[in-house]
Design a protein around this ligand. Structure first.
Ligand code: NZQ
Ligand code: ZN
Length: 383
């Protein structure tokens, strides 16, 4: 196991009716800005629950955060926060709303052009306090220190991470997820599964605790994920998926282990240039990463096969083929496409898709061997 230092300061408030706890979680007397997306919270009653809980607080709202949040929209919120002298940001939504809120929190006190936080990795020295009410289990953003923001005019999607944007708390009521459209439920299942994979499917370092935890999470995500679409109002399925998704990316399973993240980074351009949902990008790319990196990932692919999918028959090459095929089948069973041609993306699109990787100078994967040229090869496998 590699050395690590770990602290996750996010207070989790989990379960039925927990949105009402907001009144006790936000310090009294603070002026709050409630930030949300396109309005799903107005249709499913979450907005009313938040409003009731904030009774007694002075609060304003900012809506219209897009899925894959836009930099420009975040900057409008930054202006409002500065003008209205807001003290506390409350994100109510999925990963996009929480990520946008983190960026706004970092951008408000930032000296200089906040775009540099994303484009140049400029260090963030402070951020406003924020809390999250999660409505879509997928990204783990409610309990981590990272965010992903897009600048559509430049065809760019970029991430940043800083300890200053850990939410102060994450309120997670599984009932808030009942209203999710099937597509978003499936996206969440696939995204959280791949978060575990990105931290697990590398090479062994005898991190037995992290491996066992990761394998359990994947088993639960696969089992409950297969059930949720046909039993959407089952509280226990929703609760297990919600908590699994949080644990998949709250830092815990990745401590002391090598990490990959190439599927994620290669996927950014598929969203920025072709509008695929985040999870849709991953379902296409991951089988290609597994195939292209099969020699480097051999031991962990075999271990994944045994631990999660009970694949024990055949020689190692056959077993690896079976694991890759089973993972792809799982994504398809969840209703996601797994080939670029299903999105009408062709070989002639690949150069532009890997351009941001070259521009940013990214070398991805657990060995840092996936540059733009290799990423193109991986994408070619998925045409
Ligand atoms: O905008 P509203 O109206 O709220 O609708 C949203 C949105 O259209 C809807 N939705 C959310 N909760 C709902 C609901 N609809 C009905 N009922 C509910 N309870 O779902 C749609 C998608 O929401 P979004 O927040 O975009 O989805 P998700 O949580 O998958 O977040 C995706 C974003 O997170 C980033 C992705 O890149 C993408 O931008 N990620 C963030 C990470 C992080 N911070 O650690 C890691 C991830 O790997 C990921 O990159
Ligand atoms: Zn993800």
């Amino acid at each position: 196991m590699n050395n690590f230092e770990f602290c996750n300061p996010v207070k989790v408030v989990f379960g039925k009716g927990t949105i009402a706890r907001l009144s006790a979680l936000i310090p009294e007397g603070l002026k709050v800005l409630v930030i949300y997306g396109g309005g799903s919270i107005k249709k499913n009653g979450i907005y009313e629950q938040v409003a009731d809980a904030l009774n007694g607080f002075q609060w304003l709202e900012f809506s219209g955060i897009e899925a894959n949040p836009h930099y420009e929209t975040c900057m409008q919120a930054v202006e409002l926060v500065r003008k209205e002298k807001i003290h506390f940001l409350l994100a109510v939504g999925g990963g996009s709303v929480i990520d946008a809120t983190k960026f706004i929190a970092a951008a408000v006190p930032f000296e200089g052009d906040p775009w540099d936080i994303l484009a140049k990795g400029s260090p963030v020295k402070e951020a406003m306090p924020l809390g999250a009410v999660l409505t879509l289990p997928a990204t783990g953003s409610e309990m981590n220190e990272r965010a992903v923001i897009s600048r559509v005019s430049e065809g760019k999607k970029l991430n940043f991470a800083t300890l200053f944007v850990f939410p102060k708390f994450a309120v997670m009521d599984p009932e808030a997820t009942y209203s999710l459209p099937a597509r978003q439920v499936a996206n969440g299942v696939v995204d959280s599964f791949i978060h575990v994979i990105e931290q697990y499917l590398t090479y062994p370092v005898n991190a037995n605790v992290q491996d066992a935890f990761a394998e359990s999470l994947m088993k639960i995500i696969v089992e409950e994920g297969r059930k949720v679409l046909s039993d959407p109002l089952n509280y226990d399925i929703r609760a297990n998926l919600m908590w699994a998704a949080t644990n998949a990316l709250n830092g815990w399973i990745g401590q002391g282990t090598p990490q990959d993240w190439s599927s994620h980074r290669i996927g950014y351009a598929l969203t920025a240039q072709f509008g695929l949902d985040h999870a849709e990008t991953l379902a296409v790319i991951l089988p290609g990463v597994m195939e292209y990196m099969r020699r480097e990932k051999r031991e962990k692919i075999l271990q994944l096969g045994v631990a999660v999918f009970n694949i024990t028959e055949g020689n190692p090459e056959e077993r690896m083929n079976k694991v890759i095929e089973t993972v792809e089948t799982f994504f398809r069973d969840m209703g996601l496409k797994t080939r670029l041609n299903e999105y009408e993306i062709k070989e002639s699109d690949l150069d532009k898709l890997v351009e941001p990787i070259a521009q940013m100078g990214w070398v991805l994967g657990e060995y840092g061997t996936i540059d733009a040229t290799v990423a193109r090869e991986i994408l070619r496998l998925r045409l």
